[in-house]
Design a binder for this molecule. Structure first.
Ligand SMILES: Cc1cc2nc3c(=O)[nH]c(=O)nc-3n(C[C@H](O)[C@H](O)[C@H](O)COP(=O)(O)OP(=O)(O)OC[C@H]3O[C@@H](n4cnc5c(N)ncnc54)[C@H](O)[C@@H]3O)c2cc1C
Length: 402
């Protein structure tokens, strides 16, 4: 096959970049991953993974390694931030696993990233280069050239921008400017489970929902760690991720349940916050020998906990399309985005919808949500989730793409 030894350049070594490097590397392609940070894989918080991502892990050959680090909650719960009462319960234990064939897990990001990176390192054709921020690129039709922030020139056969929400590659390709912000910021922390002295569910994924704020928590690493994410609306949300003062917080948790207040007290807001952002879905995120993947292509609010899962689905699909195209990268990229845009757009739209109409409603709206969910049976719930958790079918093999 033409071009297998001419490296495909991946910009960004996050979960999406690592996954596509592995997917391509396993197919024999030379891959060079350029990561701006001095180290790969240091974002040290938890992540939830739906059953849809496991068939992708099978293809990447890492399912057992991922499962070895994972925990298996029995339920995803949404509780009322004021009285602590249950609003919704999605059972993700045995019946869920029977229905969706694969588990719902929580895992430390460092562990997941480590599994992907270790698998990349075991392949001689994958090169991981840290401290190599990409400034821009030139597509010469038959070649691709990137310029790094330290003014080096690197050539390759094609370019995959897996450089996240504020993608430099996307900015050059589409020139849209900053992502959409919605006035919310997320702060994350991990504490030793032994330091959690108050009564709280330590086994499940729990989301405390209130008007203009929520808190999510779940255990990690054999339940020795407790992962807490607190998200709230603030007039001080910065346009980019920063540690910023939040002058208007006193009211946020004022009427909350004591457990929620205790969780809140464990947060250190002086550390980096993640400004909740997304973009409108688009149909095309490729041009010539350049394409995008993960948050660079279809950034979403974290409502469905699927951003990384989508990036990993992208990675497997993209590698498959590249292999099938026999070296015709523009054709491979067109097939890839055609296969992916509707599913990822649905994640983006539903995340927005549930963010506003479910996660953060108050008053009578929350009472209504509670009533609706209280009569929802397990089968109905699974049916609602089937489009997502039943997974992504790779496009049929076409041989050489048209
Ligand atoms: C609070 C929160 C909770 C979340 N929870 C979940 C969850 O439970 N489950 C889930 O599936 N998703 C979750 N997500 C979403 C998930 O984190 C992202 O969708 C996922 O990390 C995207 O992966 P990515 O590889 O596309 O981008 P990133 O993870 O952003 O990786 C991009 C990489 O590119 C590098 N980079 C950037 N610019 C350059 C450049 N110019 N040159 C070189 N390198 C560059 C960056 O340093 C980074 O390493 C959550 C998000 C947030 C904010």
């Amino acid at each position: 096959m033409a071009g297998k030894h001419d490296p495909i350049i991946v910009v960004g070594g996050g979960l999406g970049g690592a996954a596509v490097a592995l997917a391509l590397g396993r197919k024999g392609f030379a891959v060079r991953v350029l990561e701006q940070a001095p180290e790969f894989g240091v974002i040290g918080f938890g992540i939830q993974l739906g059953p849809n991502v496991f068939p992708m892990f099978d293809r990447l050959g890492v399912t057992d390694a991922v499962l070895a680090h994972a925990l298996f909650p029995k339920a995803i719960l949404m509780v009322d931030s004021v009285d602590g009462g249950e609003i919704a319960r999605i059972p993700v234990g045995d019946s869920f696993r029977q229905r969706f064939k694969r588990p719902y897990v929580v895992i430390h990001r460092v562990d997941l990233h480590g599994v992907l990176l270790d698998a990349c390192k075991a392949l001689p054709n994958v090169e991981l280069v840290a401290s190599r921020g990409v400034a821009d690129y030139e597509d010469h039709g038959d070649r691709l050239r990137v310029r790094t922030e330290d003014n080096r020139t690197i050539e390759g056969a094609a370019l995959i921008g897996a450089d996240g929400l504020r993608s430099t590659v996307r900015q050059q390709m589409l020139g849209e400017g900053e992502p959409r912000t919605i006035g919310y910021v997320a702060h994350r922390t991990i504490v030793p489970m032994a330091d959690v002295k108050f009564a709280v569910d330590r086994d499940d994924v729990v989301l405390w929902s209130g008007p203009g704020f929520h808190i999510v928590h779940y255990p990690l690493r054999n339940s020795t760690l407790f992962n807490i994410v607190t998200v709230f609306k603030t007039s001080n949300a910065q346009p980019s991720d920063t540690a910023s003062p939040h002058p208007d917080l006193d009211h946020v948790y004022r009427d909350s349940h004591p457990t929620m207040k205790a969780l809140w007290a464990m947060m250190d807001l002086s550390r980096r916050g993640w400004v909740s952002s997304d973009r409108d879905p688009i149909r095309h995120w490729s041009k010539g020998r350049v394409t995008l993947l993960g948050d660079a292509a279809h950034p979403t609010l974290q409502t469905l906990a699927q951003g990384a899962c989508m990036a990993i689905e992208d990675a497997v699909c993209l590698a498959e399309m590249i292999e099938q195209s026999g070296g015709d990268f523009p054709a491979a990229f067109r097939r890839y985005e055609a296969a992916r845009y509707l599913r990822t757009a649905r994640v983006q739209f539903e995340s927005r919808y549930h963010w506003d109409n479910f996660y953060h409603v108050g008053g009578i709206e929350r009472e209504v949500a509670r009533r609706i969910w209280s009569v929802r049976g397990e089968d109905e719930m699974f049916q609602c989730l089937a489009w997502l958790y039943d997974g992504f079918a790779l496009p049929e093999k076409q041989g050489r793409a048209a």
